[in-house]
Write a protein that binds this ligand. Structure first.
Ligand SMILES: Nc1ncnc2c1ncn2[C@@H]1O[C@H](COP(=O)(O)OP(=O)(O)OP(=O)(O)O)[C@@H](O)[C@H]1O
Length: 266
């Protein structure tokens, strides 16, 4: 296992928001985390990298390559984030500083991870842009000069720059139109194969679960109610809530077994 979340709870002063959750992710797998808004998916993913808001308390264990992340200091976590564990968020705009070029973002990211050779940094940045199908000319552009899809591709390039073992992708296509979203995910799937990282993929879109996930966990009101192989869950959901979610998903109601690809209008 690359990641074992063991009996993790997250609480604010008033309330327990994530309740005794356990979940494991294997090397190289694509694990989708689904569930209604407010069920605690984002909080759980933030607990992994210790980027939870300071008003929240977390208990339990999060073993990442056998090491309990919850026992590490912020300084130790900074070396893990980016190098071994990285994030892509829905709000890709917020991940970029408007008055810095794409190249400057790449520069800072690498300097923060002790890549001290300037030539090497430039080379890696250009390579990374190429790896997500973007023209090298974008290096000198500002974020506002790129489309949403291009910016999200830059986010992917940056998140994968140091070949992490685990990528956490939180609703990364929600802010994109469906064509751009589709391209971004196809690219992510290709890059995942090349790098071999595991992905924790938070989504509301069952088409994406069907197409990309290998495993699936379903969250409801702070608990994981069901988890397992994608085909098992899509074809034979056990929990009533999972059944309801699948029934409500328009493209899955047509009754295709999960192994069959349907033609999607994206
Ligand atoms: N810093 C915080 N303090 C108190 N409550 C919070 C905090 N952050 C999130 N919450 C609450 O925790 C619950 C879970 O939030 P979370 O963002 O993890 O849900 P989610 O499943 O990711 O939802 P969505 O699918 O809409 O993104 C929500 O009720 C939210 O309001």
């Amino acid at each position: 296992m690359i990641l074992s979340i063991e009996q993790v709870s997250i609480s604010s002063r008033e309330k327990r928001l994530v309740d005794n959750v356990s979940l494991s992710i294997r090397e190289g797998e694509w694990c989708a985390l689904v569930g209604q808004s407010g069920s605690g998916k984002t909080l759980l993913s933030q607990a992994i990298g210790q980027i939870l808001s300071p008003n929240l308390q977390v208990e339990g264990k999060i073993l990442f390559k056998e090491e309990d992340l919850l026992s590490l200091s912020q300084k130790q976590m900074r070396t893990i984030r980016g190098q071994k564990l990285s994030y892509i968020f829905q709000d890709y705009q917020g991940s970029f500083t408007p008055f810095r070029t794409i190249g400057q973002h790449f520069e800072e990211y690498q300097k923060a991870h002790d890549i001290l050779d300037a030539k090497m940094r430039k080379l890696k940045s250009m390579d990374a842009l190429g790896s997500v199908g973007l023209d090298e000319a974008l290096y000198n552009r500002y974020p506002f000069q790129l489309s949403g899809g291009q910016l999200q591709r830059v986010s992917i390039a940056m998140a994968l720059l140091l070949s992490p073992d685990l990528l956490i992708a939180d609703e990364v296509t929600t802010a994109l139109d469906s064509v751009s979203g589709h391209k971004v995910l196809e690219l992510l799937a290709r890059r995942q194969k090349e790098i071999g990282c595991a992905i924790l993929f938070i989504t509301h879109d069952w088409r994406h679960v069907r197409r990309y996930a290998t495993r699936l966990a379903v969250m409801k009101e702070g608990k994981i109610v069901e988890s397992g192989g994608k085909h098992r869950i899509l074809d034979h959901p056990q929990h009533e809530y999972t059944k309801q979610l699948i029934q409500a998903a328009p493209t899955l109601r047509r009754g295709l077994p999960s192994g069959l690809q349907e033609v999607e209008n994206v």
